[in-house]
Design a protein around this ligand. Sequence first.
Ligand code: NAP
Length: 406
Amino acid sequence: MTQENMITKNNDGTLNVPDHPIIPFIEGDGIGPDIWNATRIVIDQAVRTSFDGKKSIQWLELAVGEKGFRTTGEYLSDQSLKAIEDHVVSIKGPLTTPIGKGFRSLNVTIRQKLDLYACVRPVRYIEPVPSPMKHPEKINMVIFRENTEDLYAGIEWQSGTDEAEQVISFLTNQMHVKVPEHAGIGIKPISEKNTKRLVASAIAYAVDNHLPSVTLMHKGNIMKFTEGAFSRWGYEVAREKFGNQTITEAELYDQYQGKAPHGKIVIKDRIADMLFQQVLLRPDEFSVIATPNLNGDYISDALAAQVGGLGMAPGANIGDTCACFEATHGTAPKYAGLDKVNPSSLILSGAMMLEYMGWKDAAERIRKALQETIRSGIVTYDLARQIEGATEVACSAFANAIAERL
Ligand code: NAP
């Protein structure tokens, strides 16, 4: 593997992708090896078919998680982190969070150390996956969840500790606010810089993919200086960076009689609780959603459930220097090594990765072949128990069935 086979990034964010790029992968713990092997079969075949064998991926394994600990004594080495950053694009299976080893979570560590600030989750219905919705086909959204701040920053103190009491004393005596006695305390930082880069990446995605709107989801009616500011900064960055490509929802009605001019993206905002209702009642009114960390965590999983659950949901963590694509579920340890589980989440994350690299045809082939496979009744155990008359196959057989349809 040589230097010229590394993907590089230009200052404007575009990628230079060689014909045989080196892409690091982490197979993951638990069911990770099973779903990774299945995913690799599908990605390699899609690339081969799409480019008549003229392009291919050179996979570079990174020993992270339990495999990393077994082989190097480290769950996540600096060398692995550097490889993820240097190669710009990577893909990973789920990782167990080691208990009592000084990590909150390996996944969180990767996101924080590499400043992968946008957690991107497309949510699209794949027929005929069982869904609790009457019209799941109306759901086609992409969530951009801020990944680095908000209540998830980990700034919190347990009730009754010296630290919590000091903060309460400061708030009571210096800031003259009332805090319940011996409360546990958590801090919710939301900054202009981190909001603007997240919302800008959501709008850029909408521009690149010709999508109709970007919705800023927030709870600014209650938390004015954090979530309210998120919404305000979101509108600001839309004006500052995408003034020619966007209009606000207010302008849509004031100036354009409710019909967006061709090529303009509508920037709107919704209070979080109301948006939870609206994505159930009128899902086709929403396309890209940009939101702070905690709201994003909730809405991503709720929307995934609307189209059939986490087993089918792809995801990526994207920053300015690199992007790591990943399954959205965990390591499901009870199924480890049984060649049983559904690899769709990681396969669809692989499709997202190919799209990110500009290999859109290969990505689209994967989505279509996966849908055709499920439509023909070939599914893993989780879907077999919900689809009457379906044939249950192993994880690897499901991947082979997809590969045959590419
Ligand atoms: P989980 O691993 O997601 O598994 C929970 C249940 O979800 C499984 O028992 C299974 O349900 C179903 N499931 C998950 N993946 C599936 C798949 N590919 N196909 C079919 N069904 C699937 O959640 P967990 O048990 O709470 O977490 C286990 C470990 O994973 C923990 O160490 C956690 O820290 C880690 N984790 C890692 C990530 C990540 O790496 N991004 C994310 C979340 C959790 P049934 O039993 O009903 O069949």
